[in-house]
Design a protein around this ligand. Sequence first.
Ligand code: ATR
Length: 270
Amino acid sequence: MKQFAVIGNPIAHSKSPLIHQTFAKQLNIELSYVLLESEPDQFKQTVDKFFASGGTGLNVTTPFKNDAYLYASQVSSHSQIAEAANTLYKEDNIFKADTTDGIGLVTDLKFHNIDLKGKRILVLGAGGAAKGAILALVDQSPKHIVIANRTKQKAEQIVTAINSNNLSASSLDKIEGEFDVVINSTSCSITDDVPEMDTACFNNISVSYDMSYKPYQTSFNKFVLENSNPDVKAIDGLGMLVEQAAESFLIWHGVRPDTSQIRNLLRKAN
Ligand code: ATR
């Protein structure tokens, strides 16, 4: 039986085993998928041991996404930009890494019938979550993307790394232009906080996507609804979690699972 795991610290809360086991059952694939906790300074040793004892693939979460990127000898273009990986596997005796968060986000937006082509997109935040998603957003041919961050320099670094002429950086206090879609990649909603920012940029928004998720409306989505109009479609990141897992599953098993069953299950449990 092929062995998989999700590695992180802490890891007990992870929904990845349930998601992958649900996909496997649906497709009659036998696998084991467990939680793997590593001490912060033991990532390499833990991963070496996992693969030496017959492991096939790992999902990687906080705080090891950059370690996973450094571990692999072959990385995808998305991982290269993010300098991070959430999917690590051995193929043809080579360790390969990918990050499926961005494609997970785009697939979830499509699930909600949102096409980014020609759209004006505002991405808030320029940390790991933004870096992991930005290339997938650029690939959708939006009209333009503004990355706005409390520390503007970090947004500028992403723009420089990608070198696309419809991408620009901004601070949070003065965001120029109008937008159709706002994507929150800051960690604010985790603590039920909101970014201190200029809200005039929300005036024409029709979609607010928060990469965080909660059992209730996230603080960020609430903030957008309060500062724009009640017709805004507010979506949280639970679907992104499911879709990034489906992409990892596709890399490992060559087949993309249907995500509706686990979406419903997690939404009820959350
Ligand atoms: P992640 O991997 O979740 O992206 P991260 O790399 O630590 O985590 O990045 C957190 C992001 O949330 C950053 O863009 C951070 O802004 P700074 O780069 O200025 O630190 C943003 N963030 C966190 N708390 C915030 C707050 N209260 N207001 C605005 N932005 C915030």
